[in-house]
Write a protein that binds this ligand. Structure first.
Ligand code: HEM
Length: 154
């Protein structure tokens, strides 16, 4: 029961994450020659919150109710030889955690920089890296073996 709800929430929240992180990247690129305003700051914060919530939901699944990670923990050696179990045990988790770290680094760098152009550049680089990690570690429906639906239950 907890698994079904947590998985559905984690699956749906991924769209909030995608919108927030891609939106933040697009803003950093599109407004690179403009002043760095409170809107940029707010969008950076929103992307961070979206990522942190997803990280919590992900670890909630990972540490307990996910049958995929439970099976993987039962025999890590065997799981590493199984493309699906290895994906959930290592690949999805590490790449997505890295994406969250990049989001935090972006906001920390932006806070420390003084020039507006440099702030936009730092946001573009680190949110660009976050988008890349998310795109690579997402269980897109068209991916063999680990593919999952676009929306829970579909
Ligand atoms: C930006 C961050 C993340 C995104 C966008 C994301 C996205 C997803 C998606 C789309 C699914 C498939 C849901 C479904 O079956 O409908 C999933 C499953 C899962 N994710 Fe994440 N995830 C993120 C971060 C994490 C992190 C950091 C962890 C672990 C620490 C994690 C652990 C899991 C687990 C355990 C599953 C379920 C596997 C299963 O039981 O079959 N995720 N994630």
């Amino acid at each position: 029961m907890a698994y079904t709800w947590l998985l559905a929430l984690h699956s749906l929240w991924r769209w909030v994450v995608v919108a927030a992180v891609v939106g933040r990247l697009a803003r950093a690129v599109g407004y690179r020659s403009e002043a760095y305003t409170a809107t940029d700051k707010r969008l950076g914060l929103a992307a961070m919150i979206a990522l942190d919530v997803q990280l919590l939901l992900g670890f909630g699944l990972y540490a307990g109710p996910s049958p995929a990670t439970a099976a993987a923990f039962a025999d890590v050696g065997a799981a590493m030889k199984d493309a699906s179990l290895r994906f959930w045990l290592v690949e999805h988790t590490s790449m997505m955690t890295l994406a969250v770290v990049f989001g935090h680094v972006a906001n920390i760098r932006v806070r420390r920089l003084t020039e507006d152009a440099a702030k936009h550049r730092a946001a573009a680089i680190f949110f660009g890296l976050a988008v890349l990690c998310i795109a690579l570690a997402m269980p897109w429906p068209f991916r063999a073996v680990i593919g999952r639906p676009w929306f829970p239950g579909l």
